[in-house]
Write a protein that binds this ligand. Sequence first.
Ligand code: GTP
Length: 396
Amino acid sequence: MTLDVPTLVLMLVVGFGLLTLLLEMAGRGGLQRGELRRLSGAARSFCGGFLCFAVQPWLPAWLTLLAGNLLLMLGLAQLASAVCWHLLNRGLRVWQHWLLAGATLAIPFILDASTPARAGTMSAAMAALLLPATVMALRQGWRGELSFRVVALMLLLANLALVLRVCFAVWWAGGGHLPAGTSTFWSSAIFMLAFMAVLAAGFGFVLAGFERMAAQMRELASVDGLTGAVNHNTAVSLLAHSLERGRRENQPVSFVMLDLDHFKRVNDQHGHVVGDQVLKAVAACTRARLRGSDVLGRLGGEEFGLVLPATGVAGAKHLAEQVRLAVEALELKGDGGQPLRVTLSAGVAQASKSDTPETLMHLADKALYQAKQKGRNRVIVADDWMRNSTLQSVVG
Ligand SMILES: Nc1nc2c(ncn2[C@@H]2O[C@H](COP(=O)(O)OP(=O)(O)OP(=O)(O)O)[C@@H](O)[C@H]2O)c(=O)[nH]1
């Protein structure tokens, strides 16, 4: 198979056209992220730019070169901006806008220059526009979505190809040439390679957008938006997992149920906004006392649960007591800015070999009930009597 420049140009027109279509569909399908809108703008500009080169035989060369290079330059700036938005949630820096403006204004002046001079200058400007985004994608993007690594590698390849083209142009302008006048072909082919890498980066970007959205959906489905604690279902699943692991590794597992005392009064006296702030503060102060392997779950309104792997009843009681004291010491503010104090009660239970998440939570709930009965603001550990009555109620 032999490849010529018009075929390569046409392939890029079709490729960027498909990317534009894909991004349009993704946008309509709900993937309306800022960076993908910018990427869509970039894909349109690239498609338009290569279309200008494709119609070169039928239009004045100066017009197609001017419009084509302008659109490619604009596309690269939009691509760099999309990378910035994806990684840092911000647009291009002011100096990048100046670079774009300078490169754009320079285009009309280099149209009359020799082919190597024009190719070298344009490629250098394009590489300069793309370089900050490439470095950012390699440094920050590498730690993000796996598909973004494709973007980072393809941007690196595009940058390398553009730099290679600059070197080739310098060598060419200095009198070097390839046999049988193939210099123009190779200069164009390296240019096309750079934009094929940009095209691949574009498709990688779409995948990264989907990957990020899927992660956000997973988080939304498992985490309580107000407190950041995992929700009820997730807490139960994680407790089941910890019980299974505890049995296999012969390690104790404990569960603590925490409930704010007279929380209804807080809401009634200070309103739901203050109530929400209290819940957030209690969750944050509890989380600060947990190990990395512990789990804080929001089981319902003002009720939280702690899943404590590799923790016996003494450790769990100690932790619950620490949380109780820390919550009691929290300096909160009511709706008028007046000091507001809250307390909580806790029920602690250590799992037996045969416990399921339901029986263990039921047991901790019994202990919590007794803590409330005994006057609140205290920690009660489930005893044998509670365990027997729990078993009877579960079996019965
Ligand atoms: N602000 C706020 N309040 C909530 C939320 N979820 C539940 N609540 C409130 O929490 C209160 C729970 O009240 P109760 O179940 O009577 O319990 P309590 O007043 O804490 O009394 P004890 O548990 O017996 O000490 C209710 O007023 C609910 O409206 C929430 O997400 N935000």
